[in-house]
Design a protein around this ligand. Structure first.
Ligand code: RIB
Ligand code: CA
Length: 318
């Protein structure tokens, strides 16, 4: 599945139900060429996230994309985990196949460095968990910046948070890492909760997954069942927001999301606000130049058509 077709892409993730759908969207879409997957703590331990990533790619029949294990905790040594949403395994719900291939012997930062430095064109970095691995890459190997087309990350919000009233989970789990990325000078795009809460897996969406005549579609529908129950229990959502595939959809079809440039900072102190993204949509900090493209509006029908079509392509091929 790793044929050199679309834009070179690496995904750093913490699968996690929505990360898993993001991986399927990527491997099922010729517009992107998934060169590597790296894993981080977040929705579960990095050990579980790594096993889950291997299982998702095995389910998809994609055994030629290298997977490397990354950070077990944040830059400052913390380890906030989201098992309360994603379950004990980090990907609870339907049974998953045993991994059909091994994790790489090198770590996430080294795999990212090798893939970026060996690419004949700049690589897009998509981060759908705490952005620790990407920050470490930029800190340890700043020279790789010339090989990075952009960093697009799921995290933060222009509005409220989820893990805390003001902080979104990924940014709360490692705010120092996001600060490194925001200050990097790279092209950065932020896909926050204000956008991903428009990406609801409604019953009609889940029915489209369940109606697919293959295990990949059935598994996605079951993931939505577990994820939806968590989102209803914790945040009273009637349907779960499927956050992470929004980052990949933006790479496949630029029209799926409208963007706005803004100065974005992440709160590192704050008794109650650590991890909160401060998004200056109206240029109130006159001395600060915009450093981020912020996702504002999702074409939900277009998004779900991309996701459903990709999942079906993967399922028919696997
Ligand atoms: O807040 C939502 C984000 O946190 C998503 O990336 C989800 O997978 C979790 O990592
Ligand atoms: Ca995630």
């Amino acid at each position: 599945m790793g044929g050199r077709r679309g834009r070179p892409l690496v995904i750093d993730c913490d699968p996690g139900h929505d990360d898993a759908v993001a991986l399927l969207l990527a491997v099922g879409s010729p517009e992107v060429d998934l060169r590597a997957v790296t894993t981080t703590f977040g929705n579960c331990s990095v050990e579980d996230a790594t096993r889950n990533a291997l299982q998702v790619l095995t389910l998809a029949g994609v055994l030629d994309v290298p997977v490397a294990k990354g950070a077990a905790g944040s830059l400052d040594g913390g380890s906030t985990l989201g098992n309360y949403v994603h379950g004990v395994s980090g990907l609870d719900g339907p049974p998953m196949p045993e991994p059909a291939f091994e994790v790489e012997s090198v770590g996430a930062v080294e795999l990212l460095r090798r893939v970026i430095e060996s690419s004949d064109e700049p690589v897009t970095v998509a981060a759908t968990g705490p952005i620790t691995n990407v920050a470490r890459l930029l800190l340890d190997f700043p020279e790789v910046k010339s090989g990075i087309r952009e960093v697009i990350f799921m995290g933060g919000s222009t509005e409220r948070g989820n893990h805390t009233p003001t902080a979104e989970f990924n940014t709360y789990a490692d705010p120092e890492a996001l600060d490194v990325v925001l200050r990097s000078g790279l092209t950065v795009r932020m896909v926050g909760l204000n956008l991903t809460h428009q990406a609801l897996a409604t019953p009609a969406v889940v029915d489209r997954m369940a109606g697919m005549n293959h295990v990949v579609g059935q598994t996605c529908a079951a993931w939505m069942g577990f994820f939806g129950a968590s989102y209803n229990r914790v945040w009273e959502f009637a349907a779960p927001p499927v956050h992470d595939p929004c980052t990949i959809a933006a790479l496949i079809d630029p029209a799926v999301i409208d963007w706005r440039e803004a100065f974005v900072a992440v709160e590192l102190g704050g008794s109650w606000t650590r991890g909160t993204t401060v998004v200056d949509l109206h240029h109130r900090y006159a001395e600060q130049r915009p450093n981020t493209q912020v996702a504002m509006t999702l074409d939900a029908d277009r998004y779900w058509n991309l996701v459903i079509d990709a999942v079906d392509r993967v399922g028919r091929r696997a």
